[in-house]
Ligand binder design. Structure first.
Ligand SMILES: Nc1nc(=O)c2c([nH]1)NC[C@@H]1CN(c3ccc(C(=O)N[C@@H](CCC(=O)O)C(=O)O)cc3)C=[N+]21
Length: 296
């Protein structure tokens, strides 16, 4: 088994981004600016947003955080989004999900200017992705593609099985793995809660991507010898022995699956850090596009 180290890869990409930012500012451009909207006090969301803010500092981006109480009205949130859309200083922004129940996530996502949607969740951007047009790819799938690419993992002609059909991971991942590209050209099976014989489907996979959000769901008997296993899940499990009071578990039973896999991503330190770095890459791209527009 060989480890796919998302932490190390994300650090390497951050260094490259920092270098690009230095060039951009040396040419008289401004630093890319990423903003995040955080509603409520969900512990995990706060952690992720903090990671994003810290990563922005590391690469020389400007970042800003708009924090609201969980009882903010949908109307007020939409108003804030419009303000960020019109704020020329901000190149890209994200609205951290999940949102409180009284707020319609679809409405919120559609209110974001597609040119600033560095999460790649807007219907326009998802549509462009489907057509293979240049766009902001959703952060987690983009991060996984980067990992497979940088580790030189052959995907062409392979059978890729994905567990989970969410709009932000499983479904876009299935499109990316099947497209005609350096990372792609797979025969893709997208599985979900209604899939019959899930175990047999998984056993066929040369590349298994797991994104259903259930701790240690994938066991060794579901995995083919020599498979590449990508674990997207992150679940917090109570753990009194930890200072934080919890430990993080992936969707894959790591120790036993690692014995069969040729390559495997750990949790933490796998896909998670790559998600953050994808946001940074999309933001750099947004800033570049804007500077091109302003110079014509
Ligand atoms: N609009 C929006 N965009 C997102 O990109 C988005 C979101 N909403 N909602 C929640 C999910 C989840 N997500 C993660 C980001 C970083 C780590 C990450 O860095 N994880 C570390 C550990 C983090 C920890 O210490 O808890 C790791 O896996 O090594 C994980 C998960 C982004 N998400």
């Amino acid at each position: 088994m060989q480890l796919i180290d998302g932490k190390a890869t994300s650090n390497a990409i951050k260094k490259e981004i920092a270098e690009e930012v230095r060039k951009l500012t040396a040419e008289g451009g401004k630093k890319p600016h990423l903003a995040a909207i955080l509603v409520g006090e969900d512990g995990a969301s706060r952690t992720y947003v903090n990671h994003k803010v810290k990563s922005c500092e590391q690469v020389g981006f400007t970042s800003s955080l708009y924090k609201f109480d969980a009882d903010i009205t949908e109307e007020d949130l939409l108003k804030t989004i419009k303000e960020l859309n019109n704020n020329d200083d901000i190149d890209g922004f994200i609205v951290q999900l999940p949102l409180p129940k009284h707020i319609n996530e679809t409405k919120v996502t559609e209110a974001i200017d597609p040119n600033k949607d560095v999460d790649g969740f807007h219907p326009t951007n998802l549509g462009k992705m489907m057509l293979g047009l240049p766009t902001f790819l959703p952060a987690t799938p983009y991060g996984i593609v980067q990992l497979l690419d940088r580790y030189g993992i052959e995907t062409s002609g392979k059978k890729c099985v994905i567990i989970g059909r969410s709009h932000i991971v499983g479904t876009p991942m299935s499109l990316l793995m099947s497209r005609n590209a350096k990372v792609g050209n797979c025969t893709v099976t997208l599985t979900h809660s209604r899939t019959q014989n899930l175990k047999e489907e998984c056993q066929q996979a040369d590349i298994l991507i797991v994104a259903l959000g259930r701790a240690e769901f994938v066991t060794a008997d579901m995995v083919k010898e020599g498979a590449v296993v990508v674990d997207v899940g992150i679940t917090r499990i109570d753990d009194p022995s930890k200072k934080s009071g919890f430990s993080l578990k992936g969707d894959v039973k790591f120790d036993e699956v690692a014995e069969k896999a040729s390559w495997i991503t750990p949790v933490p330190g796998g896909v998670g850090p790559m998600t953050v770095v994808s946001l940074l890459m999309n933001t750099l791209e947004a800033a570049r596009r804007k500077s091109v527009k302003e110079s014509v």
